[in-house]
Design a binder for this molecule. Structure first.
Ligand code: 5GP
Ligand code: ZN
Length: 116
């Protein structure tokens, strides 16, 4: 399994640093964002290290989006929110700050003032 010893998301995704886990399977761990843009802001982290969408394996990239679809479908009902942003940043110029591929899932409510 590809991991980067200096990568915080590798450690979180693989349970080397304990964190509140929303969902886990063989490929991914979904955790709550430490600095949420909105309540319930979660991150899909692959357990393998890929810096971004340029680097990640096609099949795993596809799986991450299928997982996002499943999760927002459930969570929209569970949280009673009105919509979801799926955000995925690639490269410093695009606002990426942690260089381990991740998908943001941000719950939205009508007329909330979340700025992305
Ligand atoms: P990016 O800007 O790279 O797309 O998103 C990185 C996200 O990771 C940010 O929303 C930031 O709040 C979150 N983050 C950074 N370090 C940690 C951490 O140690 N734990 C958790 N749960 N989230 C983190
Ligand atoms: Zn990593």
């Amino acid at each position: 399994m590809m991991k980067d010893e200096n990568c915080i998301f590798c450690k979180l995704a693989n349970g080397d640093i304990p964190t509140a886990t929303v969902y886990e399977d063989g490929d991914f761990r979904v955790i709550l964002d430490a600095n949420p843009a909105a309540k319930g802001h979660a991150l899909i982290l692959p357990k393998e290290h890929y810096a971004n969408l340029y680097e990640i394996d096609d099949e795993l990239a596809g799986k991450s989006m299928i997982l996002a679809k499943k999760m927002i479908t459930k969570l929209t009902k569970a949280l009673g929110c009105d919509g979801y942003n799926i955000v995925q940043n690639n490269g410093e110029a695009a606002g990426q700050t942690v260089f381990h591929y991740h998908v943001h899932m941000i719950p939205r409510h009508k007329d909330d003032k979340v700025g992305l």
